[in-house]
Write a protein that binds this ligand. Structure first.
Ligand SMILES: Nc1ncnc2c1ncn2[C@@H]1O[C@H](COP(=O)(O)OP(=O)(O)O)[C@@H](O)[C@H]1O
Ligand code: SF4
Ligand SMILES: [Mg+2]
Length: 342
């Protein structure tokens, strides 16, 4: 099946007074129809810049480098003008962000904002139809008493309800792809769970593909079918959801896993964060970007960037320890030093 979105070798930099910030350094992944893909990584990994590159919602200082490819439903997006991209946005591709206030107009009732979004792409719809569909959408995202809430302003909603309004707006034109950038990060755990459950239901109903960006692997576990793990502007590991938890194959992923509470444990227990901090992308490390923090790093890691190795079905990892010729020793968590089948 043709993927809905295919990104190949995406490289995005910012040209700043202190030099070129190489935010995304060659990212490739695709999203299938009806699939929920998680993009996970610590702050600064390049998740948002990757997603903002798709519809080119980037600062003026940003440059998408030569050779990058972004194909949506078989159509190249890199060659499109900003005007053409605006037409795709909101109709075929929608985005929701951590702070709904940044996308909602504080001076216009929420119902009207959703209606306008629909009308922009469907000018033939009558006022009654627009209103009726907006009420249906609000009911679908479980805004209580939707008819009454249409005339409310954004500030009259709680954070969780505002995010529901955003989801309703994002789904208004039944997009083929929804990009959600940390939409539940600012919400408390109960509300977050409700919204995640709802996104799953909506995905099943609309068959919308979703890219869900988060720094939290726990959220990925609840929602996603597949995941890419990003660090230092690169993908470190990509796998189906069960594989990432059962057979993580990259030390960075293992670090992220150790920093989330066990799914069966009390969620308030925070475990080990990975010591150290992410690299400065003005001067990214020559070798593996995780080398300065990796407990398994060896000499080659600081000087060369590992390629991907296939480590399973739809499972790839960018780490020297997974190379076929990597030694099995006490410092390689992926290869047992003792041959289990002598
Ligand atoms: N407008 C910008 N100008 C300069 N650097 C930026 C800009 N936006 C993001 N960056 C840098 O790009 C890198 C990736 O950022 P981002 O994609 O926002 O990370 P994430 O979403 O994973 O937290 C970071 O080093 C960040 O500082
Ligand atoms: S390539 Fe080296 S530094 Fe990078 S994750 Fe693997 S072992 Fe660690
Ligand atoms: Mg971000």
């Amino acid at each position: 099946m043709e993927p809905v979105l295919k990104i190949e070798n995406l490289r995005t930099s910012f040209m700043t007074s202190s030099g070129e910030v190489q935010a995304v350094r060659g990212v490739s992944f695709s999203v299938e129809k009806g699939e929920i893909l998680g993009v996970v990584g610590e702050s600064g990994s390049g998740k948002s810049v990757t997603s903002m590159s798709i519809l080119r919602l980037l600062a003026d200082t940003a440059v998408i480098k030569e050779g990058s490819r972004i194909e949506f439903q078989g159509k190249d997006l890199i060659g499109l003008s900003k005007k053409e991209l605006r037409k795709i946005r909101g109709e075929r591709i929608s985005m929701i962000f951590q702070d709904p206030m940044s996308s909602l107009n504080p001076l216009i009732p929420v119902g009207k904002q959703v209606e306008e979004m629909m009308k922009e792409h469907h000018p033939e719809m009558s006022r009654d139809e627009l209103r009726k569909q907006t009420i249906e959408l609000f009911a679908k995202v479980r805004i209580p008493e939707p008819e009454k809430r249409l005339s409310n302003y954004p500030h009259e909603f709680s954070g969780g309800m505002r995010q529901r309004v955003m989801i309703a707006m994002a789904l208004a034109n039944k997009p083929d792809l929804l990009i959600a950038d940390e939409p539940t990060t600012a919400l408390d755990v109960t509300i977050q769970d409700q919204i995640l459950r709802q996104l799953r239901e909506l995905e099943a109903e609309y068959q919308t593909s979703i890219i869900f960006i988060t720094h939290d692997l726990g959220v990925v576990a609840e929602l996603c079918d597949r995941v890419v793990v990003m660090y230092g502007g690169l993908i470190m590991e990509e796998a189906l959801i069960d594989d990432i938890f059962e057979h993580p194959s990259h030390p960075y992923t293992m670090g992220l896993l150790a920093s989330i509470p066990d799914v069966h444990q009390d969620k308030s227990v925070r475990l080990q964060p990975i010591p150290g901090s992410p690299p400065d992308m003005t001067n990214p490390p020559k070798g593996c970007p995780f080398a300065p923090r990796c407990p398994y790093a060896r000499r080659i890691c600081a000087s060369e960037l590992p390629e991907f190795t296939e480590v399973g079905d739809r499972h790839r990892s960018r780490c020297f320890l997974q190379y076929p010729d990597a030694p099995a020793d006490a410092h390689n968590p992926f290869k047992s030093a003792v041959d289990p089948h002598p």
